[in-house]
Every structure is written in structure tokens, then in C-alpha cells.
Design a protein around this ligand. Sequence first.
Ligand code: FES
Ligand SMILES: [Fe+2]
Length: 365
Amino acid sequence: MSTSEKGVFLNNSWYVAASEHEIGRTPFARKVLNRPVVLYRCEDGTPVALEDRCCHRQLPLSMGEVAGDDLICGYHGLRYNSSGLCIGVPGQSAPPPGARVRSYPLLERFGWIFIWMGDPERADERLLPNWWWAAHPEWKRSDMHLIDVACNYQLINDNLLDVTHLSFVHKGSIGNAAIVDFAAEIEREDRMVRMTRWIMGRPPPPMYKAAGRFAGNVDRAQIVEFVPPCFTVNYAICKEAGSGLNDDDGRIRIDHMSLSAPTPETPSTSHYFFTFVRGYGLDDPALDHIFEDGFLDVFREDVAVLEAQQRNYDLDVEQVNIAVDAAPMAARRLVGELITAEAISAGTAASNPSTFPVRTPTESA
Ligand code: FES
Ligand SMILES: [Fe+2]
């Protein structure tokens, strides 16, 4: 039984399979939820995702070639249509019965190609994150980024939901010591965890000071919305102290979001897709530099932390929880509940629904 079949991953969900510019008329291989997938585009541009292994002798179909809307295996030439059905075998009149590979539903939105890894009948567009800012003219979207990170995807979720780490990991850019002085509010909805923190009347962190040209203290809000299993919006608002964060009074108000979608590759590796959008200074190229290059450096700082954490988690060490873990733990509970429900409905419920091997001292043997 594969890892995903054991319930480690949520199968009935969308995941980002690729940035739209990655997929063209050449077969493209990517592992998602520990399963090999090949992607390509039909002649009309429609993206296709098939299981990346030939049903004949298992050669990855990504080593073959696209012909029209079909994919031809590079070993003995079996020809598959865009539904994964084998429609031709060289040297014989018809394919053998059952000659097909799995196909996966796709949706192309916000510059990404989303893949549905579970039951195709249950693929539901309403379960996509509602990231409308990425396609709205009053917001400016940066490039689509991908970093392959050697860690479980839930460590990335944790990182995005715990913004107190900005005070330590990113103190040279978007963090400063003021953050931990203000408590966060955590809200749980049916399919969302939201964390809100207001930081009032404190100095701006370096990147915001440069972007907003603030001379004195600022009021800030950090709002993080997590939609399972791996979609997080980190929304930052920053304005001159005392001017009212919600007022449209002509003063500079930084509106910036990071949209993060770490797709599990294996239990210990992730394809970390992300982009940035901002709702102010759309025509200011200096802000392109500050937010594009600046936040890329911020994310690289996180990657170093995440991979170092994973190396120690591989040792199955004990850990404790502190107050700032409230939002990440709420998100893990939400993901765990969905995985358990999926396993129960499939009759494969695991005795331990944990989606990541974590023990606290009191739970340890
Ligand atoms: S392995 Fe694909 S045609 Fe033989
Ligand atoms: Fe970070």
C-alpha cells in the first residue's frame, strides 16, 4: 500500500501541479503526493495530466512524446489519448483490454495549474482557494515562484501560520521585536483557520519602512488565512501610526499578500509554489524590486529553517508546544480531520490520523 493510500495525504483535494508557464507541448514530469504525473498541453492549449508510467512496462510516459493531443510511450510506442486510454499499439490491430493509465482532473487558475489527486467524480471547483486578488486589475501579481524544499508540506503550513518567527528569522526585513508583544486571535471555520494580529504604534520593520517611506511608528495587521490542505494567504497591512488602518485618507497604506501553495512531493519533500500580490503602488517599479526580490530573500530564509527542521524531525525527536503554535495546531487538526474522514469513507482509516510524525513528551512511550 502506498503512503498516500495509508492516509498521510488528503487525496480528494486540489494541489498546484505546476505554474502555467511550465507546461507546454513537451511532456513534463512531476511527483505529486508520492505519485508520478506527466503533464502536457493539447493542440488547443488544454492541459492534460496522466499517470507517468506506461501500462505496458512502466516506462515514464514523460520520456515519450506528444503527437497531436496524444502521448506516445518512448519504449514500444503505445499511444494514449488525453483521457489516458491506450488507443494504439504498433504492430497489432487493437490495444489489449484494460490498457490505460490514470488521468487527473485539472483547473488552470491564477497562473497555476491545479490537479485533483483523488476520486475524479468528486473534483469540485468550489474547493479551490478563492485567490481572486491574483487576477484582479486593482492588485498586482508578481511572478510565479517555485522552490523545491526538503521538508514535509505541513512544516511550511506551520511556518506561514506562525508569524512570530518574523521577529527572529526575518528581523532584517519584515520582522522586528514588536510582534510578540501583541496577542493573536485565532478563528476556526468549516474549512479555514484564520489568525489575526494587530501591532499598533511600533516601528516599521525594515522592508515596510523602505516601501512606505514611513518616518515614525506604524500600525500593522497580520492576517493569515489557511484553507486545507496547503493553501495560505499571508496578508500584511501597514500604515502610519494612529491614521486608522481601514481609512482611505490618501496616506500610504501597504497592502501586501503572499499566496502560498506547498504541494507534497513525498512525505519529506515539497514543491513550494508561491506568488505575491499587492494592492498599492501598482505602477511603482521600486516597489516591484522591494517586494519581489525582498520577499524572495525572506522565503529563502524560511527554506533554510524548514529543511533544518526536517532533518531533525527525521530523528523522531520529542517536542513541546507554546502559545504561538495555536494557529498551526488548529490547521493541523483541520487537515487531520479531513484525512481521517477520507480514510473512513474509503474504509482505510488509519489508527493514527496524524499527518506528520510528531510526539509530545507526555505522549511519548
Ligand atoms: S513500456 Fe511503454 S510501450 Fe512498452
Ligand atoms: Fe518566514
